[in-house]
Design a protein around this ligand. Sequence first.
Ligand SMILES: Cc1cc2nc3c(=O)[nH]c(=O)nc-3n(C[C@H](O)[C@H](O)[C@H](O)COP(=O)(O)OP(=O)(O)OC[C@H]3O[C@@H](n4cnc5c(N)ncnc54)[C@H](O)[C@@H]3O)c2cc1C
Length: 405
Amino acid sequence: MATGWHTVIVGGGAAGLAAAIFCARKLGGERILLLEKAPRVGKKLLATGNGTCNITNRHADPSHYHGADAARFCAPALEAFPPSACVEFFRSLGIVCAPREAGREYPLCEQAAAVLDCMRLELAALGVTERCDAAVTAIRPTKNGFTVHTADETVSARHVIVCTGGAASPSLGGSAEGYTLVTALGHRKTPLFPSIVQVKTDVTYVKAMKGLRTDATVRFLLDGKEQCSHTGELLFTEYGISGPAVMQISRAVGDWERRKRGVMTAQIDLLPSFSLTDLTAELSRRPKRPAEHFLTGLLNKRIGQTVCRAAGLSLTDPVNDPARLAHLIKAFPLTVHGTQGFGGAQVTAGGIDTNDVDPHTMQSRLVKHLYLIGELLDIDGDCGGYNLQWAWASAYAAAQAVIGA
Ligand SMILES: Cc1cc2nc3c(=O)[nH]c(=O)nc-3n(C[C@H](O)[C@H](O)[C@H](O)COP(=O)(O)OP(=O)(O)OC[C@H]3O[C@@H](n4cnc5c(N)ncnc54)[C@H](O)[C@@H]3O)c2cc1C
């Protein structure tokens, strides 16, 4: 049995890599061991922001995070390591960030691979030991800390930081293993469901618009009551709807799907820049063409024809009721069937219950010197750099506690 690691970090994703750097900068890398089950660290990080890595968001405050107790739990870590600290941290690694819309920050080079490279170069320079193909199967408390078990070895450590991520995107390494490791130590888990995910709907009309993107306001309604709305790019797909306008508010659908109560519908405003009154007036003065061409020039042709069909018109029919068409354009209804599941999701909602974790240090309240960070916890952020910000901030909080212990 190898002995004497100061800290073992379980999981080499965003949170684990950051935690290793923070700890090693103060404690020396030779005392830190990073264990990763995949052949390489940071696989999910490489896929973030479509390969460009939306590294943080300048607006990251507790209001952008969800979970049973997210607002209270997130605040101390986000305060101690705000987005400005994140930008400085990455600058210290050689990554220069550039602001984009809605507070989003990306590396100027627009390469997630560069973010991973710079983190790995820093870990190597600090002398941190990184072991891949090393899935941790058990963490056992001992008199002086822990033993950490993989198929090939058992190591001992004073502190263990668990950052095994969530169940989202299994093709990028997402799995429920971390929950098993931590619940075996007495921690509770809240129900898991996919978030930032594509939504399956009735496809009777959607199929005809497959592949089209348009700016729209998407609303989700439960039993007719609006739950959330977002304006942005909408993508029609063969199974339903996707794109930023949907992904941003898809958490409500994931939650509904898990509860299986009530009827969920989507309402799509296909022309959010028009009021209903203005749109009705606009449609009333349009050239009196048959339905096939009536909306051409106002909406994408295929979308316009689909709206007319949904209004019960055949393409050769005249449009005699512009007010009805305007209503349909402003609130195109779709029955929601569910989400595309963890396979399509960017994050996992739910996770290890934060009531059992100290929000200032991320230390377990049940097992001393055990720290839980990142997506593993019952914390998920909005789309737009908030989830990585949580990974960095929670890693920083745990590292400060480990360093000071
Ligand atoms: C396609 C996609 C795009 C995204 N884009 C963005 C974005 O642009 N901005 C943003 O803020 N967020 C984004 N996210 C979300 C973000 O990537 C995650 O929230 C973040 O990576 C979570 O960090 P983590 O370290 O907690 O978990 P992860 O990054 O998932 O890392 C967990 C690591 O633990 C390892 N592991 C698991 N079990 C074990 C075990 N038993 N033993 C050893 N190792 C184990 C895994 O292999 C993995 O490497 C995106 C997610 C996806 C899927």
